[in-house]
Design a protein around this ligand. Sequence first.
Ligand code: 6GU
Length: 245
Amino acid sequence: MNFHVLTLFPDMIEAGLHTSVTGRALKNGYIHLSAVNIRDYSKDKHKHVDDYPYGGGAGMVMQPEPIYLAYEDVTQNMEKKPRVVYVTPQGSVFNQSMAEEFSKEEDLIFLCGHYEGVDERILEEIVTDYVSIGDYVLTGGELPAMVMVSRLVPGVLNNEESAEFESFHDNLLEHPQYTRPVEFRGRKVPDVLLSGHHGNIDKWRREQSLKRTLERRPDLIETAILSKEDEKYLKKLKKGLHESE
Ligand code: 6GU
């Protein structure tokens, strides 16, 4: 998969994605990344890419021309028009099914806005998808673009590669983890984990997952995959919660 990110901060994209799991995927050639600096396509002698909004108001608006030239450069050797994702809090919220859709594409372009916005005409001209990562406003689209790319790396998408992405098994939160030392600032590793009794360990971990989900993300319990045992334990937990009220 080839990711092309049109941005005023290519270094931020490069630094962020050349790290950790995405960094390894890039190094091993599972994905390709080009972070394209929109400013390189400014024809202005001061390399301006923004101007005052028509109609007045605060802030600056990114001009359409440099973005279009960057887009033309990126797409010139492509056989078909790629999807272009404009990252904006006005978009649909990114989710797993969108990730699956996008991951079918050979090329995917992300357009990252800045300032107060982007001239509407460039959006009409090239954008196919408006996507947000949640209901809060960030000053630029770079972090959201990185979030989305990191969800689209082969192996990450379907939890294939590592335990790093196991936080949602059966739609429950992952149990707590411990490593050496056995005591840290007076806090001991739970005895059961040192017992070597795998049956008890599995039971303890499952109960911790249930407890943690009930406390931190009770909304997930509705859609969790639960056994009879789980239900019984949750009932006990809920009873305990009420008694401490
Ligand atoms: Cl995709 N962009 C910006 N600028 N802010 C956001 C966002 C995107 N998603 C949530 N907040």
